[in-house]
Ligand binder design. Structure first.
Ligand code: MN
Ligand code: MN
Length: 469
């Protein structure tokens, strides 16, 4: 048993690097390699969706629209606007009897372009950005940045731009003030000393070489480059879904390689296990679903966020196509209410350097396994989905039975702050939902850290959940 109890009385949450068998350790290290390789090519929600679809198709998943009828063992998916994804493996029991759902998000904090982003100032050219999600703005200066995304021309054509990842690529950069002249800046609060309007990214510094007295020659060089290479003109940027992300690869941390630093562990470190746990299913008992949503970092709105009906339409389609082709509202609602879900999102790991913001008795620690969070929210649990006690018991029962190490905790000390996840949006249907995911150090930083042990056991936990709940 993972949670060995002294006389059965005391709860213990041991560090898994102390407990894990050599065999588990080897599998854990292998799984971490696969994860790193996947997130290195999946920095944005669009890239994650695309790569997840290719992996799914190799395993026999097909678009749900391509099937007239669905039966046990069928594997289907639907892309949600290319920025979210929902997949299912039909169980021996039909979806109308309730589904087992894993729900993660695949967007991460970053800088987006403003609709009119390009400007020239004193012979340098910049992209103006608008930050996306909760960031500490100063962390985004003086680090190598890459540009990922798409721009549309008025003919409807999509132009993909990815620059700053290959060794031979240029990178992009946000300057900061030299310490020699930062006397006034350093007196400001961290919230103020890099204002959002200053997160302007250097994208050029060479003029077009012409004899004419051209205005904005430096900007003209960049515009010409974008036109020559991508067929774009300045006005096209109003359509841009371009994300500025750190130009970093996921790397092991520490002599012993216990941890992984990476961009966007929140929430790819749960999305990847939620996806691979589903990939392991051939003919599960109940219908298993993984939803990978967009826009969680800004409230789960838009047609690709967890609040979008498009995810529900897919679930309705499963019920219709495993039945007589139709579904009425009441039977749909009843099927959803009979479903169970893990809201598979990260949470903070206790950081001894910043111990004062956490209650040490109610914190998750690195390498102690998946973190179960009965509730999230802030200021008196406000905005929280709170899981029912009997559902918590069902989950911990499954984890104990399958030797999955789990721990629990809150997101920091009372009134220190807080946060939310997608759990509440599904709970409103009467579904049992609980947050369960990987603890993270430096969450929302451009380069976050997780434990390989937690990643591996989270994957096993998700698998145990969908196979047994
Ligand atoms: Mn998250
Ligand atoms: Mn987040």
């Amino acid at each position: 048993m993972a949670q060995k109890k002294k006389n059965g009385l005391f709860a213990e949450y041991p560090n898994q690097y102390e407990k894990m068998s050599e065999e588990d350790l080897a599998s854990c290290m292998d799984y971490a390699e696969d994860y790193k390789a996947f997130i290195d090519i999946s920095k944005t929600e669009r890239e994650f969706t695309k790569n997840a679809i290719s992996a799914a198709e190799e395993l026999g998943f097909v678009p749900v629209s391509s099937k007239k009828k669905l039966k046990s063992g069928d594997k289907v998916y639907e892309s949600i606007k290319g920025k979210g994804l929902i997949l299912a493996v039909i169980g021996k029991k039909m979806p109308s009897e309730g589904m087992n759902i894993l729900g993660a998000h695949i967007d991460s904090p970053r800088l987006d372009l403003k609709p009119n982003p390009i400007y020239e100032d004193k012979e340098a050219v910049y992209f103006k950005t608008h930050y996306y999600g909760g960031i500490k703005k100063y962390q985004w200066t003086t680090i190598p940045l890459a540009i990922h995304g798409v721009v549309y021309t008025t003919d409807g054509k999509q132009h993909e731009i990815v620059v700053g990842e290959k060794d031979e690529d240029p990178i992009f950069y946000i300057t900061d003030l030299l310490p020699h002249l930062a006397y006034e800046q350093m007196k400001k609060s961290a919230n103020e000393f890099i204002p959002g309007e200053d997160l302007n990214v250097v994208i050029g510094g060479m003029p077009v070489r012409t004899k004419d007295k051209e205005k904005e020659k430096y900007k003209a060089f960049v515009l010409k480059y974008l036109n020559d290479n991508y067929g774009l003109v300045e006005k096209d940027f109003v359509t841009a879904e371009i994300e500025i992300v750190p130009s970093v690869k996921a790397r092991d941390v520490g002599f012993d390689r216990a941890f992984i630093a990476g961009y966007g562990h929140d929430d790819k470190v749960c999305a990847y296990p939620a996806l691979t746990a589903l990939f392991d299913q051939e003919r599960p008992e109940k219908t298993c679903v993984t939803m990978l949503t967009d826009k969680e970092e800004i409230g789960s709105y838009a047609n690709s966020g967890a609040q979008s009906m498009l995810y529900e339409n897919f679930l309705m389609e499963l019920i219709a196509k495993t039945g007589d082709g139709k579904v009425d509202l009441l039977s749909y609602r009843k099927a959803i209410a009979a479903s169970k879900m893990l809201s598979t999102d990260v949470s903070n790991a206790f950081d001894p350097k910043y111990a004062s913001v956490s209650d040490p008795y109610n914190s998750a620690y690195m390498s102690r396994g998946i973190k179960l969070e009965k509730y999230v929210g802030s200021r008196g649990k406000s905005g929280s989905n709170e899981a029912t006690g009997d559902f918590v018991a069902a989950i911990t029962g499954i984890f104990e039975k399958n030797s999955i190490p789990w721990q629990t905790g809150e997101l920091g000390k009372i009134d220190a702050g807080g946060g939310g996840t997608i759990s509440a949006y599904m709970a409103k249907y009467g579904m049992d939902v609980i947050d369960a995911g990987v603890p993270v150090w430096s969450m929302h930083a451009p380069y976050e850290v997780i434990s390989k042990a937690d990643l591996y056991f989270t994957y096993l936990a998700y698998k145990a959940f969908i196979e047994n709940i």
